[in-house]
Unconditional design. Structure first.
Length: 441
């Protein structure tokens, strides 16, 4: 065994505590895999005196000076589990420029300004690993940037937020509304007290940016991602999806495409969508995550597992720690960021999508023709139409009727313009819901 590889841990919350426990419990195995023992040089926290139960660590290792810890000469690897943009960005740039490898789970920072971290890693000839930033313990990012590096990835579709997947799964299973399902998710610990980042799609959008950057060798930020949450999904939407043989999931979708001049582009979006029950992602329930990758040579690949939680995320963090520690002992570092393609990010309006539109219309002759005329004016082709009495029952609401339309593929801008015109028709009482349809339903 050579000299120990010394770790500076930034943060000791849920994930950080599990990292400390795993380092203690698996110390012999980790040392054998690396060729040297791992030692904790220090742990930066907000409050040194906080009760951390029976955490197997010397209390003297705790400090409230993260930057001082990072700058110590005896620190080889910095492991960041604090989150947020600042001061985490300052800390990690400092470490990387000094040639210290970094392992981080910070999806928000990577999605907003991963460029600064990658540039600092190149400057300091240091490793930057971040497997834990997307989909917890699921080995996903390293396959994208290493195993599939010789292939061409065309599309990545994923369920990458466990909270929203639990909520939508509960709505599908019980017929509950969004508020009821969110309350259950909160009681079970799947949703935070403030669930905004999850239910409004911010968390998934950050992960989508990271996935797209790796899959398409292009710097994609969270600002490039079209984002919609699930707060407007209703029990009626879920019932309508079932009637079509579908289920509703919050999807992150990153796909190659072309612009009007034939130049290659990429689109990245997060939104709820109907997918057919036969799609590989349709059966992903509860708080699980899954990502479906479509590559030219490898074909279709599915990555599935627990996407959050202290132990799963700590597993991914330690996997990265082993990798960077082995590189350090060998005197090498991993390949730097691959962003050579530099593809333009296509606006959402140019993305090709399908819509499921539910209308409350006047029940009189000529209504269907008038509605169809709106679609024709925007060059949107109708795939199916289902008409029935308002409210879905035999009695209905007097002179109103329900009209459910599913379109063929069209530019999202054309579909959105169609919906806007429909809202202005006097024969349309209301546009009850609009959902995109994915996966060939």
């Amino acid at each position: 065994m050579t000299s120990p590889v010394r770790l500076a841990l930034l943060g000791c919350g849920t994930v950080g505590s599990d990292v400390v426990r795993l380092l203690h419990e698996q110390s012999a195995d980790l040392a054998a895999r690396i060729g040297a023992p791992l030692e904790i040089a220090g742990i930066a926290v907000r409050r040194v005196g906080r009760d951390r139960g029976d955490l197997p660590v010397d209390p003297a290792l705790f400090t409230t000076d993260p930057l001082g810890l990072i700058k110590r000469d005896d620190v080889d690897v910095v492991v960041e589990m604090v989150g947020g943009i600042e001061p985490a960005r300052t800390w990690l740039v400092e470490a990387l420029r000094a040639g210290k490898s970094v392992v981080t789970a910070n999806k928000a920072l990577l999605a907003e300004d991963g460029a600064s971290l990658h540039d600092a890693a190149a400057e300091g000839s240091a490793d930057l690993y971040y497997e834990a930033s997307v989909a917890g313990a699921i080995p996903l990012l390293r396959p994208l940037r290493e195993s599939l590096h010789g292939d061409r990835i065309n599309r990545v579709t994923g369920i990458v937020n466990g909270t929203t997947n639990f909520i939508l799964s509960a709505m599908d299973a019980t017929g509950a509304g969004f508020a009821e399902a969110l309350e259950e998710a909160t009681e079970l610990g799947y949703a935070e007290a403030d669930p905004t980042a999850d239910v409004e799609g911010f968390d998934a959008a950050a992960k989508a940016a990271i996935l797209a950057s790796l899959a398409f060798h292009t710097r994609v930020t969270a600002a490039d991602v079209h984002r919609e949450g699930i707060t407007e999904v209703t029990a009626a939407d879920v019932a309508s999806a079932k009637a079509m043989g579908c289920t509703i999931k919050l999807l992150c979708i990153a796909a190659r495409g072309t612009d009007g001049q034939g130049g290659e582009t990429v689109s990245v979006r997060v939104h709820p969508a109907m997918i057919p029950l036969g799609h590989p992602l349709a059966s992903v329930g509860d708080a699980f995550n899954a990502v479906f990758v479509e590559a030219e040579a490898a074909g279709e690949l599915m990555f599935y597992g627990r996407g959050a939680g202290g132990a799963p995320t700590a597993s991914a963090v330690l996997g990265d720690v082993v990798a960077v520690a082995r590189n350090r002992l060998a005197g090498v570092h991993a390949a730097s960021e691959s962003a050579y393609a530099d593809l333009a990010v296509r606006p959402m309006g140019e993305a090709l999508t399908r819509y499921h539109i539910s209308l409350d219309v006047a029940d009189r002759p000529g209504v269907l023709a008038a509605v169809a005329g709106v679609f024709a004016r925007h060059d949107v082709s109708i795939a199916t139409v289902r008409q029935g009495p308002a409210g879905g029952g035999p009695a209905g609401r007097g002179d109103d009727a329900d009209l459910v339309i599913v379109t063929h593929v069209a530019p999202d801008a054309a579909l959105a313009a169609t919906v806007r015109e429909l809202r202005g028709l006097d024969i349309v009482r209301s546009v009850a819901s609009v959902l995109r349809v994915e996966g060939g339903a």
